[in-house]
Design a protein around this ligand. Structure first.
Ligand code: DPP
Ligand code: ZN
Length: 873
């Protein structure tokens, strides 16, 4: 497989002004008839051949302006169709045949539970018909879908329904028209036995939009939350960005077999059922929040992605980074804003930092790729969103909003680049963002070494920041970035933020300083008392910041920092120092001693009257094993697990009564609702229960059993079941798992949770359990959700996946090899944990590499090939 380079970009020689498609659906033999209205661009030479992408298509007929083409004027290869000497303006008709029932890659047209559906982003449309499958070719579409009235009573495509009826052969059809020119990656078709719930939204200009959610019949009672989320998202985009929906109909379809979370096809979003269905009995609070966030994300794409799209796939973050930022802000406003930020950042610092430090590190705008589906990454999405957030913070909301308006107006109906977006922000704000652009082109996580000194004699505080970005594959030399550092100085006597004066300028108590050089010293004057600096407030830039805080400093910031995010982060920092000592003790075989300052800090937190219980729950949660691992030069999975368990148990023993009181104070028998208040209360109660269960406190165990049996809502049931299964009380866990598994055998999304809970426990029997569960009737390698729930979850189980006999790695490689044939996109994603081999001890390095080499010896899809190649480079 050959890489594609950004620098090779050429505008298309031919445009498609209108596309007419007819699908005569059949599982084994779907006939796709395409009529493309094509025009050569004025800038292209008259002898430029027409090249259309096409993969795995059987061509039946081909004609230009009604005349069938002789076989010597065109060529069909593995990647498409080439026609020499075409007119400047013409109609191309083609007929191809596909077999949706054999499509296990879930790209293009496939079947899920008998339902026909499509997934075209990024390059799936070329598996449907011969077409210029690139986002800078935008066309209006008319689509006719023909199906069997009984098997496919519902026939959907993008845009507006214009006609439906019977055919002489007894089949029925529907015609859809999408008036908005769109790239083919936004094409969608769904046909099957679907049922709908319908609602309405009145836009700010008074238009009525019909909203439909299409699901299988048994899922009709799981649609309320998504519908409510959609209406909230539509209102939010009007209020916050002034963006209104532009068709009279908006549809969402839930599909069981889906590679990603969801897809923003124009007017017809297709969702992984896990990202849209939610009911209190079957979905946890976290799942409710995920549904809300993804529904909003896909809806927001209607402007940031569909009306204004990407010129080429190197610009993917143009739509994804911006849209993730938009959905993060939406969720922050509808839930607890500080908790949303804490959760997003802790995930980011664990998973994106790891990606940025590994062999698949790439810039937010990559300069080459082999397989674009490998680039739907945390870097493109989440780091892209952090960059947009920095822009918002740099220019301020008003200029940012003006820049966004300018962007949507200027580029409406066009396929554009990241520069186009940033230029709008620069124009609206008057700021020079040229150095800032490096964030898009430079991979790796910048590190800032900071140190500060208080000059008592002059009342000055000197803060020195030094930045460096480590080398990443293919990018050795890094230039300094423009890094906004939000900060305050917290007076050690007053406990208050001090007024900041920098270079004679009064900045208030909470300021942003701009690091642009390799090293800069900032001198704050009129500093009346010795401060502790609070740096990188609300995680103002996606960097690693090192400041030599003492434990006393961190304990001070934990209670005094005015920035809620940094209070949480100080607590995490304090716990990390204790964990570091314990990891060292474990490795050296020395007795572990708990740091009393952590206990004191937790005691104070538990005694406080929390303003936001969800924040308190986060503050009482220790850094995850994955996060701790990221902080270690060489990851010692066993020492990390032992140290973290020791801290959990020490806290539980020292503060047993406090946790019990917290648990009791936050029980509730109110009917379930996914409101921020209830979610906060449940998370605090369940954190307390986790501590009690970590020492298998007798009363705690009884409460846990009671919570499971009470069956009040899935959040509480799942949490209780997880704690039982992850404890050593198999006498209780085994019957609970059985009850749960039998009760929910009919519901695949709940069975996913049942799989995950079992394979994420720390006990040593997990590998055998994974093998056993792979043979379970509810498991299938063909369903991505099942694969993620069982195999993906096992690979996150640090102590068991990294077993010293290498059996965990071998199991993952076995699955990757099998999936490489069935679903290359999912196979490539599954390899990720093995690609991080350099972070482990030599024994594990060898074991992981040998599994990667074993995969490499197979005949590979380009997806898996690219990942393995990079991992072993
Ligand atoms: N474009 C989809 C999304 O992120 C993923 N394919 O919304
Ligand atoms: Zn997206």
């Amino acid at each position: 497989p050959q890489p594609v380079y950004l620098s090779d970009y050429q505008p298309p020689a031919y445009r498609v002004t209108h596309t007419e498609l007819t699908f005569d659906l059949d599982p084994a033999n779907t006939l796709v008839t395409a009529r493309l209205h094509i025009e050569r661009r004025a800038t292209a030479d008259a002898d430029t051949p027409l090249i259309l992408d096409g993969e795995q298509l059987t061509l039946r007929s081909l004609s230009i302006d009604g005349t069938p083409l002789a076989e010597n004027v065109y060529q069909v290869g593995d990647e498409g169709l080439r026609i020499e000497r075409v007119p400047a303006c013409f109609v191309l008709d083609s007929e191809v045949v596909l077999a949706p029932e054999d499509n296990t890659a879930l790209e293009g047209l496939y079947q899920s539970n008998g339902m026909f559906c499509t997934q075209c982003e990024a390059e799936g449309f070329r598996r449907i018909t011969f077409y210029p499958d690139r986002p800078d070719v935008m066309s209006t579409f008319t689509v006719t879908v023909i199906g069997d009235r009984r098997r496919e009573p519902i026939l959907l495509a993008n845009g507006n329904p214009v006609e439906q009826g019977e055919r002489p052969d007894g089949r029925h059809y529907a015609i859809w028209e999408d008036p908005h020119p769109k790239p083919c990656y936004l094409f969608a078709l769904v046909a099957g036995d679907l049922h709908k719930v319908e609602d309405h939204f009145t836009t700010q200009s008074g238009r009525d939009v019909t909203l439909q959610l299409w699901v299988e019949e048994e899922n009709l009672q799981k649609t309320d939350h998504a519908m409510g989320s959609l209406k909230r998202a539509m209102a939010w985009d009007e209020q916050v960005y002034g963006r209104e929906y532009d068709l009279d109909l908006f549809m969402i379809v839930a599909v069981n077999d889906f590679n990603m979370g969801a897809m923003e096809n124009k007017g017809l979003n297709i969702f992984n059922s896990a990202a849209v269905l939610a009911h209190p009995d079957t979905a946890t609070d976290a799942a409710f929040q995920t549904v809300e966030g993804i529904v909003a994300h896909e809806y927001f794409h209607n402007w940031s992605g569909n009306r204004v799209t990407c010129r080429d796939w190197f610009q993917l973050s143009l739509k994804e980074g911006f849209t993730v930022f938009r959905d993060q802000c939406f969720s922050a406003e509808t839930n607890s804003a500080p908790v949303k930020r804490i959760q997003d950042v802790s995930f980011f610092r664990t998973a994106q930092f790891a990606e940025d430090a590994g062999p698949t590190a790439h810039p937010v705008r990559p300069d080459h790729y082999i397989e674009i589906t490998n680039f739907y990454t945390l870097t493109i999405y989440e780091k892209g969103a952090e960059i947009v957030r920095m822009l918002r913070n740099l220019v301020g909301w008003d200029a940012f909003r003006q820049g966004a308006d300018r962007y949507f107006e200027r580029f409406d109906g066009q396929a554009v680049t990241i520069e186009d977006f940033v230029d709008c922000m620069a124009e609206a704000s008057g700021l020079d963002l040229s150095q800032f652009m490096r964030w898009y082109d430079q991979a790796g996580t910048p590190e800032i070494d900071a140190h500060g000194e208080y000059d008592y004699a002059h009342g000055e505080y000197h803060l020195t920041l030094r930045q460096r970005t480590p080398a990443t594959p293919g990018q050795v030399d890094k230039q300094p970035l423009h890094i906004p550092v939000a900060m305050g100085l917290v007076g050690t006597k007053s406990g208050q933020d001090l007024r900041l004066t920098l270079d004679g300028e009064k900045l208030g108590k909470d300021a942003v300083i701009h690091l642009r050089e390799d090293e800069q010293t900032f001198v704050f004057t009129d500093v009346a008392e010795a401060p502790v600096p609070s740096l990188l407030r609300h995680f103002s830039a996606p960097v690693k910041l090192h400041f030599p805080y003492s434990r006393e400093d961190l304990a001070f910031l934990l209670t005094q920092d005015s920035d809620g995010f940094n209070r949480w982060d100080a607590g995490q920092g304090l716990a990390m120092l204790a964990l570091d000592d314990l990891i060292a003790a474990h490795r050296n075989g020395v007795e572990k001693v708990m740091d009393g300052r952590v206990v004191d800090a937790f005691r104070a937190l538990l005694a406080s009257e929390p303003a936001d219980k969800a924040v308190l729950a986060e503050m009482l949660t220790l850094p995850s094993e994955a996060y701790i691992a990221e902080q270690q030069p060489i990851v010692d999975v066993d020492a990390i697990h032992a140290a973290r368990e020791f801290v959990r148990q020490s806290l539980a023993m020292a503060l047993r009564d406090e946790f019990m009181a917290t648990f009791e104070a936050n029980r509730s028998s109110e009917p379930y609702a996914p409101t921020p208040e209830q979610i906060a209360q449940r998370s605090l109660k369940n954190v307390a229960l986790s501590y009690l269960m970590s020492i298998e406190d007798e009363q705690g165990v009884a409460l846990c059993e009671g919570q499971f049996a009470a069956n009040h809502n899935m959040t509480d049931v799942r949490h209780a079941l997880t704690l039982l299964v992850h404890s050593d009380r198999d006498d209780l866990a085994t019957p609970a798992l059985k009850t749960f598994g039998e009760k929910w055998a009919h519901d695949p999304l709940v069975m996913d949770q049942w799989f995950t809970i079992q394979v994420s426990r720390p006990q040593a029997d997990v590998l055998e359990r994974v093998k056993y569960l792979m043979a379970h009737p509810a498991f299938s390698l063909k369903n991505p959700n099942r694969v993620r729930a069982l195999i993906g979850a096992f690979a996150q189980n640090r102590v068991n996946f990294h077993r010293l006999d290498g059996e965990g790695y071998a199991l993952l490689a076995d699955v990757v090899i099998e999936l490489n044939r069935l679903n290359p996109e999912i196979a490539a994603r599954l390899i990720t944990p093995l690609t991080r081999w350099q972070r482990f001890d030599e024994t594990r390095q060898d074991l992981m590499r040998s599994q990667l080499e074993r995969i490499q010896r197979e005949p590979l899809s380009s997806n898996v090939y690219e990942v393995v190649e990079k991992a072993l480079a």
